[in-house]
Ligand binder design. Structure first.
Ligand code: ZN
Length: 145
């Protein structure tokens, strides 16, 4: 089987990131250069859908162990699996080095600390265990995402 190749990308806020196999789960996204605290790194893109539609799709995604729908507010979500950006490959971590910021219907992933080149990016999905999946941010983590 062919190894999927790492892919470097310059985001719309001019940050160099790399998508490659993650130590946490599946694909991950890594800093390809040092990133300053609070920098907007990448937009969480995806189709804007209603809460009802997000409920339908999440059932399907969760069966495959995936979480794609990002909550904008009570009525709207973004589905990173449809027209998404590289941000959809950033893993959850209970103590990550990033955080999400919702501005209207735009979602930004921002650095919560100074991130050295080569570190994997991660942030707290704040799903409160809805997906019922075990967190793998470190071997002893017992949280659900
Ligand atoms: Zn965890």
């Amino acid at each position: 089987m062919a190894q999927p190749r790492a892919r470097v990308e310059v985001t719309e806020t001019n940050v160099r990131i790399i998508r490659k196999r993650s130590k946490i789960s599946g694909w991950g996204v890594y800093a390809a250069e040092p990133i300053n605290k609070n920098k907007r790194i990448v937009r969480y893109g995806g189709e804007k859908i209603s809460a009802a539609e997000a409920d339908r799709r999440e059932v399907k995604y969760q069966k495959k162990g995936q979480i794609w729908c990002f909550t904008l507010n009570r009525r709207w979500f973004r589905d990173g699996n449809v027209d998404g950006t590289t941000a959809r490959f950033i893993n959850h971590s209970c103590k990550g080095n990033c955080y999400s910021e919702v501005v209207g219907d735009i979602v930004w992933i921002r650095a919560s600390k100074n991130i050295p080149k080569g570190d994997e990016l991660s942030y707290d999905y704040n799903t409160e265990g809805e997906a019922g999946m075990r967190c793998r941010c470190h071997p002893e983590c017992t949280n659900k995402i």
